[in-house]
Ligand binder design. Structure first.
Ligand code: SAM
Length: 212
C-alpha cells in the first residue's frame, strides 16, 4: 500500500480508543467482555482502509469483527469509516499480525480473513507473507477447532505459494476459485484493492482453509 506520511495519525488513533483498542492484551481470552456478547469473532489481518470489515459488520450484526493493520497512516482511513458508521461489532488493532498471540488466546477467533495480502515476491522476504508457515502456526494457536482462513488475492504467485503452504501444513481446502467474480460465490464484499485490481481486469483468486 502506498503510504503518505500522516504525522497526525498517531494522535487521532489515540483519541478514539473505543474503535482502535489501545491495550488489546487485556482482552486476551476475553473479547466477549469488550463486545458485551458471545458472538463469533472474525479478524482480518492487513485490513488496510477497512472497507471489508466495516461492510461485513453491517451485513452480519451477529458477528464481531476485528481489523488488524500495521500502518498508522492506513488504519486512520479505517477509523474514519468506523466513526461514520458507528457499528458496535467492529474494532481495530494497530499492530503486527506477528503478535496475534499476545492479543488472542486459544480458540478466541472463529475465522481469519486475509485479503490482498502483500505478496512479498522476493524469496528473501518469504517469511513476511501472511501465509508463510510461521503465520499458519500463529493462526493455529488462536483459532477454534474447525476455524477457517478465507483468503483472496489478485496475485497469482502468492496464491500458488499459499496453496502449497496450506497443503504442506496439512490444512484442508475448500471452494478454491480462480476467478471469484465469475464464480457463483454469493455475498462477496469487495475490498479497496479488489476493486482496483478487478477494474484492471485481474481475476481474483480465492479459497477457504480449514483447521480441523
Ligand atoms: N486488505 C486490504 C484490501 O484488500 O484493500 C489492504 C491490502 S494491502 C495490499 C495489505 C495491507 O496489509 C497493508 O495495509 C499492510 O500495511 C498490511 N500488512 C502487511 N503485513 C502486515 C502484518 N504483518 N500485520 C498487519 N498488517 C499488515
Amino acid at each position: 500500500m502506498r503510504l503518505r506520511h500522516k504525522p497526525w495519525a498517531k494522535e487521532k488513533i489515540a483519541n478514539y480508543p473505543q474503535y482502535v483498542i489501545q491495550n488489546p492484551e487485556q482482552y486476551n481470552g476475553n473479547w466477549k467482555e469488550l463486545f458485551e456478547n458471545n458472538n463469533p469473532v472474525h479478524i482480518e489481518v492487513g485490513t488496510g482502509k477497512g472497507r471489508f470489515v466495516t461492510e461485513m459488520a453491517k451485513a452480519n450484526p451477529d458477528i464481531n469483527y476485528i481489523g488488524i493493520e500495521l500502518q498508522e497512516s492506513v488504519i486512520v482511513a479505517a477509523l474514519d469509516r468506523l466513526i461514520e458508521a458507528e457499528l458496535p461489532n467492529v474494532k481495530l488493532l494497530n499492530t503486527n499480525g506477528e503478535d496475534l498471540q499476545k492479543f488472542f488466546g486459544k480458540a478466541d477467533v472463529d475465522r481469519i480473513y486475509l485479503n490482498f495480502s502483500d505478496p512479498w515476491p522476493k524469496n528473501r522476504h518469504e517469511k513476511r507473507r501472511l501465509t508463510h508457515e510461521s503465520f499458519l502456526r500463529i493462526y493455529e494457536e488462536i483459532l477454534k477447532n474447525n476455524g477457517e482462513i478465507h483468503f483472496k488475492t489478485d496475485n497469482r504467485g502468492l496464491f500458488e505459494y499459499s496453496l502449497v503452504s496450506f497443503s504442506e501444513y496439512g490444512l484442508g481446502l475448500k471452494y478454491v476459485s480462480l476467478d471469484l467474480h465469475k464464480s457463483d460465490f454469493e455475498g462477496n464484499i469487495m475490498t479497496e484493492y479488489e476493486e482496483k485490481f478487478s477494474a484492471k481486469g485481474h481475476p481474483i483468486y480465492r479459497c477457504e482453509v480449514i483447521y480441523s
